[in-house]
Design a protein around this ligand. Structure first.
Ligand code: PHE
Length: 358
């Protein structure tokens, strides 16, 4: 069967000389495909006598097996070779410098809230939250601000359409609402701060229709004004990073606290330069007082058994003071250049000492 020997050696030679995976695939189709050379030879068997057919058939099957094995082996070798060529070519150069990565910045409002939480957290306060849309009662009446009270005008309230179970719907004008929810839902002792968004219809360099406050509330059996002084003194000194920052408690009025005070911190404005710390000037930064008995009663707490204090701090105000941001409106303009300048890296971790450690 000389013709089959020729067929075998010529196909084997083609396998041998294939140098790529696609070339070896072509050889396979050429030899073993539907119209392949070996397939043709197999078809030719039917023209032979039964005896011839048997031996020629066996011979062709052997060739087919040998060829299939050779093609498989060649494929293996070629794919190994292609893989190592690729590995050589696609080598990673670990000495290349990294591409600069755009890093986001933490907004000064978020940073300030984190710092405030860190400081009060160290003093044992936990964070409480409440809804921004409130029924009138939670924003005013429960806090001893009845319908005809002048404080309602001062709050420049946004009224919403609709009436809830406890009066007209409003956007909360202060986070003092969270005091009310907390006293209604929890039993004393209470020690919370409530940071969050608040709304008043006002807009200029120091007012924005949406702004942030942090409210504090402590209720227990023997909590008094001295504790209030201590807590706020520690807070202001830690936040502004001035260990002996002087504080002044000025008598004031809020419907929900009695007595009430406004707190000023010492500063200088000498030579046109503003500096927090020592000096003979004062700057108002927050309001506070002992929780009014009427508020305790409205929130189902017995004023003969419990008393406490509350305070409210404007987040934007203390952020502007600490970080020298002159215009409140810029907080909300989403100007990336501003954020890159005044924003914080995620690694500026707030801490008790000095508020911010870099
Ligand atoms: N809720 C007051 C305000 O927004 C601030 C405050 C809170 C004052 C608690 C005293 C006690 O103006």
């Amino acid at each position: 069967m000389g013709s089959n020997d020729n067929l075998k050696s010529s196909l084997m030679a083609m396998v041998e000389s294939a140098t790529t995976l696609s070339a070896i695939e072509e050889v396979r189709v050429h030899a073993l495909g539907k119209k392949g050379a070996l397939t043709d030879a197999m078809k030719g068997l039917s023209a032979l006598s039964p005896d011839e057919r048997k031996s020629a058939g066996q011979e062709l099957n052997k060739i087919k097996d040998a060829l299939t094995a050779a093609i498989e082996a060649k494929k293996q070798t070629l794919s190994m070779a292609e893989m190592s060529a690729r590995l050589m070519e696609e080598k990673v150069d670990v000495t290349l410098p990294t591409r600069p990565e755009q890093q986001g910045r933490i907004h000064p409002i978020s940073q300030t809230i984190d710092e405030v939480i860190a400081i009060f957290g160290e003093m044992g306060f936990s964070v409480a939250e409440g809804p921004e849309i409130e029924d009138d009662w939670y924003n005013f009446t429960a806090l001893n601000i009845p319908e005809d009270h002048p404080a309602r005008q001062e709050h420049d309230t946004f009224y919403l359409p609709g009436v809830g179970e406890k009066g007209r719907k409003v956007l909360r004008t202060h986070t003092s609402t969270v005091q009310v929810h907390t006293m209604l839902n929890e039993k004393p002792p209470i020690r919370i701060i409530a940071p969050g968004r608040t709304y008043r219809c006002d807009y200029d360099a120091t007012h924005s229709p949406m702004f942030h406050q942090v409210e504090g509330l402590v209720i227990d059996k023997a909590v008094n004004m001295t504790h209030l002084r201590g807590v706020l003194t520690d807070f202001c000194r830690a936040y502004f990073g001035v260990d002996d920052l002087p504080l002044q408690f000025r008598p004031s009025y809020f419907p929900f606290t009695e007595p009430s005070a406004e707190v000023d911190i010492g500063c200088t404005r000498a030579g046109g330069e503003f500096k927090i710390g020592h000096g003979d000037d004062w700057l108002e930064i927050l309001g506070c007082g002992m929780v009014n008995e009427k508020v305790l009663e409205n929130c189902n707490i017995d004023p003969n058994e419990y008393q406490g204090f509350a305070f409210g701090i404007g987040i934007e105000r203390i952020a502007m003071l600490k970080y020298g941001i002159p215009d409140l409106r810029t907080f909300y303009e989403s100007d990336l250049r501003w954020l890159r300048h005044y924003g914080f890296s995620a690694l500026d971790v707030p801490s008790m000492t000095g508020g911010l450690s870099r």
